[in-house]
Design a protein. Structure first.
Length: 239
C-alpha cells in the first residue's frame, strides 16, 4: 500500500493538481521521493506545472533537494523549457546558481537549449552571467558556438564578459566567426568584442572566418589578417 507521500509524488508526476492539493491538506510528506530520488516538486517542475510547483513550495517542499543524478527542480525545469515553472521556483527561493554534475547552472542549460525566455527569466533573477562549467565554458561562449544571436544579445545586455575565452584562448567572436555565424558576429561586435583578439594558436576571428558576410563584418569593424589563413573549421577541431 502506498504512503500519502508516495501518492503525492505520483499525483505530481501525473499532473493532477487537485490530488496534490488534497494530499498536501491531508498532511502528506511533501519531500517524499520515488526510487530515482524524484520528489513531487521535481516532477511538477519537469513537466511544467507551475500551479503545482507553487502549491508544493508553499507546503514546505525543499527547493534545493537533489535526485539520484544530482539534479534540482530548477535544473529540471530549465532543461525542459518550462518557463512558468522556472518563474515559480525562482519566486519560491530556488538557488539560480545550483549546478549539475558537469558544473552547469540553469542559465547554461537554457543557453544550450536556445531557450530565450528562460535565459531572460534567470538573468532577471540575478543568475551569474559569467559562470563557467567544469570545462571552463560560459553561456556566451556556448551561445556563440551555436550561432544563437538573440541569446548572445541578451547575455551581453546582462553583463556577459564579451572577450572571455575558453581553454584554447578562443573568444565568443572567434567561435562565431569560425562557424560562419554572421549575425552572431555582428551582435558580438556591437557588444564591444575585440575584433583582433587571438587564440593560443595566434589566429584572429578574421583568420578563422567562414563566409563572405562574416569576413565583411569583421573587416568593417577594423579587423586585419595578421597570420596565415587557418584551415577550414570542423567540429573536430579546437572548439
Amino acid at each position: 500500500m502506498k504512503t500519502p507521500g508516495q501518492s503525492l509524488v505520483i499525483a505530481a508526476r501525473s499532473g493532477n493538481h487537485a490530488e496534490v492539493a488534497r494530499l498536501l491538506a491531508a498532511g502528506a510528506s511533501v519531500d517524499a521521493c520515488d526510487n530515482d530520488g524524484y520528489t513531487a516538486l521535481m516532477w511538477a517542475a519537469r513537466y511544467g506545472n507551475p500551479e503545482t510547483v507553487t502549491a508544493l513550495v508553499a507546503g514546505g517542499a525543499d527547493v534545493e533537494a537533489r535526485d539520484s543524478h544530482g539534479e534540482t527542480a530548477l535544473l529540471w525545469a530549465a532543461d525542459n523549457g518550462r518557463t512558468a515553472a522556472v518563474t515559480a521556483l525562482v519566486a519560491g527561493g530556488a538557488d539560480v546558481e545550483a549546478r549539475d554534475s558537469h558544473g552547469k547552472t540553469a542559465l547554461l542549460r537554457a543557453t544550450i537549449n536556445d531557450d530565450t525566455a528562460i535565459v531572460a527569466t534567470l538573468l532577471a533573477a540575478g543568475a551569474d552571467v559569467n559562470v563557467r562549467d567544469s570545462h571552463g565554458e560560459t553561456a556566451l561562449l556556448r551561445a556563440a558556438e551555436d550561432g544563437r544571436a538573440d541569446i548572445v544579445a541578451s547575455l551581453l545586455a546582462g553583463g556577459a564578459a564579451v572577450d572571455a575565452c575558453n581553454s584554447h584562448g578562443k573568444t565568443a567572436l572567434l567561435r562565431a566567426a569560425q562557424y560562419g555565424y554572421a549575425s552572431t558576429v555582428a551582435a558580438l561586435l556591437a557588444g564591444g568584442a575585440d575584433v583582433d583578439a587571438r587564440d593560443k594558436a595566434g589566429k584572429s576571428a578574421l583568420d578563422w572566418a567562414v563566409g563572405e558576410r562574416t569576413r565583411e563584418a569583421l573587416r568593417a569593424a577594423g579587423a586585419t589578417p595578421r597570420s596565415p589563413k587557418a584551415p577550414s573549421p570542423s567540429r573536430g577541431m579546437q572548439p
